[in-house]
Design a protein around this ligand. Structure first.
Ligand SMILES: Nc1nc2c(ncn2[C@@H]2O[C@H](COP(=O)(O)OP(=O)(O)OP(=O)(O)O)[C@@H](O)[C@H]2O)c(=O)[nH]1
Ligand SMILES: [Mg+2]
Length: 304
């Protein structure tokens, strides 16, 4: 099946990227927020260049949507790669105080320098950057314990950069989600679509839903800790994964089987599948495993 390429780059993002680069000059610390279900697909290739010599804090948000084993595996993998990952649930506020402390600590060097020059300390200035819909604004609201910036279940909610004073120690800049102009890696683009991290005008829901099932069935081939993904689908929808003749079904045929319950409405079945995943109804399914060397870690932390 050849699918049209998934591309999404709404006008406000180009503008936001320019203002963001401008604002970065004033920033001491960059909080790079990624989606814990797809930590690699939500890494912006240009972020390293933008951050430059500034202090960086890596945040893997939506930790409530992945299993403890997956969290451990990613933590280990990032550590092996020289990065401490802070896991947060910006919806409930889990992990956000640790993150705040890390951001303040990372900005300390700035005030030390000021002190040496006889200047008064000022609040650390930090920015949250990351792909759309990963939970940047939700993090800011949680840190302030009230809703100061818009945070909604769709990509592209924040349109303008906005400074928010969290305390006398720290100010945070909420920025619109940024995404590369061209999504060259289409398997990553597919994951962004599945996770609702790009606008739904960018893709065909039925194709993405079928590809989502194929992706899960593919992940089942890999040794992992958190149970069969295919089984999660089969159990949730009382479906079988193989035909009577013993042939394994594909994502497309599973979607067709599911649509039989909706008057053969494939679009509705596709929406149901994706929505169930996005709401966590299918369980804590990660769509990305740490690259090879750490799959060992996954199975060794298995609870069987
Ligand atoms: N389950 C869960 N939901 C979250 C979490 N963080 C954010 N959300 C939800 O995800 C949706 C998107 O959050 P936003 O804060 O708007 O995301 P954003 O990164 O600011 O998005 P843009 O402004 O569009 O770039 C909202 O419905 C949040 O409630 C989390 O850790 N867990
Ligand atoms: Mg936002």
């Amino acid at each position: 099946m050849s699918s049209p390429s998934i591309q999404w780059y709404p006008g406000h993002i180009a503008k936001a990227e320019r203002s963001l680069k401008e604002q970065l000059k004033r920033v001491d610390v960059v909080l790079e927020v990624r989606d814990a279900r797809i930590p690699l697909a939500t890494h912006h290739p240009e972020v390293d260049g933008w951050i430059g010599e500034k202090a960086r804090v890596l945040v893997l948000n939506r930790v409530d949507m992945i299993s403890p084993e997956a969290r451990q595996a990613w933590q280990t993998w990032f550590k092996e790669n020289g990065q401490a990952a802070y896991f947060t649930n910006a919806k409930q506020g889990k992990g956000v105080q640790n993150l705040l402390r890390a951001a303040q600590d990372a900005g300390k060097a700035m005030n030390d320098r000021r002190k040496k020059r006889g200047m008064k300390p000022r609040p650390v200035r930090a920015v949250v950057i990351g792909f759309p819909n990963v939970g940047k604004s939700a993090l800011i609201n949680r840190l302030l314990k009230r809703k100061v910036v818009a945070s909604e279940r769709r990509a592209g909610v924040t349109r303008q950069l906005r400074w928010v004073r969290i305390s006398n120690e720290i100010e945070l800049l909420d920025a619109p989600g940024i995404i590369p102009l061209k999504l060259n890696d289409q398997s990553a683009a597919l994951k962004l679509a599945i996770c609702d991290d790009i606008g739904n005008a960018a893709y065909d829901t039925q194709r993405v839903a079928a590809a989502f099932v194929d992706l899960l069935l593919g992940l089942d081939q890999v040794e992992r800790a958190d149970g069969g993904y295919g089984d999660a689908i089969a159990a949730r929808y009382s479906l079988t994964l193989v035909s009577d003749a013993g042939e394994p079904y594909t994502g497309e045929s599973i979607l067709a089987n599911l649509s039989a319950r909706h008057n053969n409405d494939l679009e509705r079945a596709a929406h149901q599948l994706l929505n169930d995943f996005r709401k966590g109804i299918l369980g804590n399914l990660i769509l990305e495993l740490p690259p090879m060397e750490s799959s060992v870690v996954m199975s060794s932390t298995s609870h069987g």
